[in-house]
Write a protein that binds this ligand. Structure first.
Ligand SMILES: Cc1cc2nc3c(=O)[nH]c(=O)nc-3n(C[C@H](O)[C@H](O)[C@H](O)COP(=O)(O)OP(=O)(O)OC[C@H]3O[C@@H](n4cnc5c(N)ncnc54)[C@H](O)[C@@H]3O)c2cc1C
Length: 598
């Protein structure tokens, strides 16, 4: 059976030694008084909740899955899920990062993100239910009318009601412009919505009294394509004026999908038959409201993969220290045993270090992004808000795609550490791999993320935001360029930073002549950009570690950080050279292939 220990020490390192979040909070009025001890105490309790309440349900939930009663359309989650959710609500965990105006605790987003990392490590399927609520909450909070906010946000903040996002239809996932679900305006200002949605996570379940669906649909006179989509809030139960639950609305689950992983997360086929909803935002501008939710969800999906990478790593290390097979190539290490623990073998270490480097790099990046989100929404200075928003927009597809691709590699590597036992269910490792796979697909596939990054976020503004990130790299290079001890970390990012400018211009130029060139380069490009960003954070983490060691700090934590940084730069970062080469190979070898597919 797998185990899970909340990585509180590394979380504290990222927040208080790398990002110094409390200094930033001093500039943000609603967090000006928060201190290190409060943050640490909340996360310690959050870690206990994840490890003690939801982690024990991970394997059983996977085996049992969700079930549907085809007569009543009721969906039952696996044994223990509902009770764990009750504890989550009772403990006030749903309200952690929410607005105090709606009963939230108003804690910084980075605290909520780290809490969610632990929930995802413990049980990704269970975490989908409250996780989607946060996205729906954010969308209503930003674009809802006062009445919609008052009707829904209090109960979503408390966790009594959950949320879902209903975009996908059988014939359209990536291309939402093809959507067919219809919304007919009614005399009382509401809409009657009719259509079929598929793959809706947490679309129906037994954990909360009401489910607040955010549904994309088309008005009768809507222009075709993506510019004719509007957003509606559609509750499972209509809500009376006094806030009590009213009639059952015409939205129900017609069936559940049977899937490769996250089996305890209900993936629902949703039928809307004249379901009553109200519009969120403006007619035909539904994607604006939905993007708030999708952006939150994209960061959330990166965080799901971070959680899986961490838990897979923890278990693989324990196993590698315990399992004995063969002798070390450089001579026996455990002479009192008939063979050495497999951790003596270089390739086993490589697999473990890959997962560790991806987990710790991912934690630094997601936390940095949470701070950007915090500044974008709550910083009093308009310029800081704008800059943070732009940087976050560029980093979001990297968090979604780079972290989820890395988790696929990392969970698979950790499964490999177990040899044949990794393929056997009871060890839990194959579940981490299966669960990790969906993260590369939903919330916009990783290919779509790469097109968003290269096409919209980078070429779309002539590389302006990328140059801003380049300035951060440049500042670090300037600071540490003469420090010999930092050379192994600084030189690679300085070189890649310079190469990136030329690389981007080159693809932009080729793409101008033939847009397929952008499509052919985008996936490789995102990985290169991902390494530039990870490289920057790994160099900064090495900087902190070196500083502590130089000051005489003998805590092994810093040495471990330094050794992981060395591994990252020596073994993972260099793939950027190959990726730039394959990106440069261009579109012709892909598109001039009609004979292959004839
Ligand atoms: C378990 C699960 C949970 C989900 N949860 C939700 C949910 O809660 N709410 C919701 O609305 N949806 C949900 N989805 C749907 C998910 O977001 C979509 O499956 C995903 O966006 C891809 O859409 P699709 O399946 O229609 O694939 P398609 O859009 O048909 O894509 C097929 C392939 O073509 C590629 N492709 C498409 N267009 C391009 C292009 N322009 N350039 C290059 N490649 C392209 C894609 O990358 C992909 O590889 C869920 C799906 C699953 C499996």
């Amino acid at each position: 059976m797998p185990t899970y220990n909340p990585p509180l020490r590394d979380m504290q390192f990222v927040m208080h030694e790398l990002l110094n979040v409390v200094d930033d909070f001093k500039q943000i009025p609603q967090h000006a008084d928060i201190d290190v001890d409060t943050i640490n105490a909340v996360l310690e309790e959050g870690g206990k909740f994840a490890a003690e309440v939801t982690f024990p349900l991970n394997i059983s939930g996977d085996s049992e899955g969700c079930t549907i009663d085809q007569t009543t359309h009721a969906v039952t989650t696996p044994k223990g899920f509902k009770e764990a959710y009750e504890k989550y609500v009772e403990g006030g965990w749903a309200a952690l990062g929410c607005d105090p105006a709606f009963g939230g605790q108003g804690l910084p987003l980075v605290v909520n993100q780290m809490f969610y990392e632990m929930l995802n490590s413990a049980n990704q399927s269970w975490t989908m239910y409250p996780g989607l609520t946060h996205g729906a909450y954010a969308s209503l909070h930003t674009h809802g009318t006062e009445e919609q906010k008052q009707t829904y946000l209090h109960k979503m903040t408390s966790g009594e009601w959950t949320g879902s996002m209903c975009l996908t239809e059988p014939h359209c996932g990536t291309d939402l412009g093809l959507m067919r679900t219809k919304a007919e305006p009614q005399a009382d200002g509401t809409y009657k919505i009719t259509g079929n949605k598929i793959f809706i996570s947490a679309g129906e379940h037994d954990m909360a009294a009401n489910i607040i669906h955010l549904v994309l649909a088309r008005l009768p006179d809507a222009p075709p394509g993506i510019k004719g989509i509007s957003l509606f809030v559609v509750p499972k139960f209509l809500v009376n004026k006094d806030g009590s639950l009213g009639a059952r609305n015409g939205i129900y689950c017609g069936g559940l999908e049977h899937k490769m992983g996250i089996k305890a997360s209900a993936t629902c086929q949703m039928v809307l038959e004249g379901a009553v909803g109200t519009m969120v935002g403006q007619p035909n501008k539904g994607m604006q409201g939905m993007f708030v939710m999708m952006n939150a969800a994209r960061l959330g999906v990166g965080n799901q993969s971070l959680g899986l990478t961490e838990v897979a790593y923890q278990n693989a290390v324990v196993y590698a220290k315990d399992r004995i097979q063969m002798r070390s190539l450089s001579g026996p290490k455990a002479k009192d045993l008939p063979a050495d623990p497999i951790i003596v073998h270089p390739d086993v270490r490589k697999m473990l270090l890959t997962a560790r480097a991806y987990a710790e790099g991912g934690r630094a990046l997601t936390s940095y992004c949470s701070m950007l989100l915090e500044k974008e929404h709550n910083h009093p200075d308009e310029k800081v808000r704008k800059d943070a928003g732009e940087m976050l927009a560029m980093l979001t597809p990297i968090v979604k795609a780079f972290l989820t691709d890395n988790a696929w590699t990392a969970t698979s590597a950790c499964q490999q550490v177990f040899g044949g036992h990794g393929y056997i269910k009871e060890w839990g490792m194959e579940q981490f791999v299966r669960d990790a796979r969906i993260n590369m697909i939903y919330e916009g596939t990783n290919t779509i993320q790469s097109l968003d990054l290269l096409g919209r976020k980078i070429l779309g503004n002539n590389g302006a935001t990328l140059r801003k990130f380049g300035k951060l790299v440049g500042k670090l290079v300037e600071e540490e360029g003469v420090n010999e001890k930092m050379a192994e970390f600084i030189t690679p990012i300085a070189i890649l930073g310079e190469q990136m400018t030329k690389f981007t211009t080159e693809i932009g130029f080729k793409g101008f002549q033939n847009p397929d060139e952008v499509g052919a380069a985008a996936v490789d490009y995102l990985r290169v950009a991902g390494h530039l960003v990870f490289g920057y954070f790994w160099a900064r983490m090495a900087q902190v570690a070196l500083r502590e060691i130089a000051a005489g700090n003998t805590d092994q934590f810093y040495l471990a950080k330094l050794q992981t940084a060395r591994f990252y730069f020596a073994k993972l970062f260099p793939e950027t050279a190959t990726l730039m080469r394959t990106a440069r190979a261009g579109a012709k070898v892909l598109m001039d292939t009609d004979a292959v597919f004839a």
